[in-house]
Write a protein that binds this ligand. Sequence first.
Ligand SMILES: [Zn+2]
Length: 280
Amino acid sequence: MLKDLFRKQRKYATIPSEQAKKEVPEGIMEKCPKCGTICIAKELEKNLKVCKSCGYHFSLSAPERIASLVDDGRFFPFDEDLRSVDPLQFPGYAKKIEQDMKKTDLNEAIVTGEGTIGGFPVILGVMDSRFRMGSMGSVVGEKITRAAERAAKKKYPFVLFSASGGARMQEGALSLMQMAKTTAALERMNRDKVLFISVLTNPTTGGVSASFSSLGDINIAEPGALIGFAGRRVIEQTVRQKLPDDFQTAEFLLERGQLDQVVPRLELRDTLIKLLAFHA
Ligand SMILES: [Zn+2]
């Protein structure tokens, strides 16, 4: 009798209907790293890759970011042909660049160009953390510099999205020099009274946080973004103190006056349009 009981339970198995199979094909689910919710990739994309349960901001590629900002997806890229050379003959560097180019379909860790946001023409720069962790080498520095020079010439605001692990160690001192070069270009732009809006996204660290990304006339960050110079462990070892849990988050920096605003991604385009209208 006991056996029969168990058999009855096994009589029916749940098989997903044909319809359900079509709606949720395999391999297009993503798990939120913050709350663990399983999201359907397409739904997530529609929500600009923000978790509907907890508001976690997944990282966006440069093309995704640009598409989320410019009017009708129209964007005219600059300097697409610029490519990193391997100035120090750093072991494996050339090969890694090749791999990242294939993986991302980009030539470098930043895309710059021109488009309109809410009808306002802007020069736009967007870093892509998939390419060498968004690190800043000579090409990234050069593209930002040229974009700033174009912004100054055309008197268009420059909006720059950072997502970077910092300077690119495979280019050594040449990479560090980009901090000074981009800063000088932004200073020239500033003298020409051209608006510079810096948007810091997760993560913005090292030499990028210590140069152009902190120099906006307006500095905005996405919620929860990690923003800092050195890593937490290095600082804790140096100052011999335990750091607060929210140390180096966008919210922590906002409270201490290092940012002007923390803006959720779904409100970012509207916020930019307001700022551009105000300064037009
Ligand atoms: Zn979540």
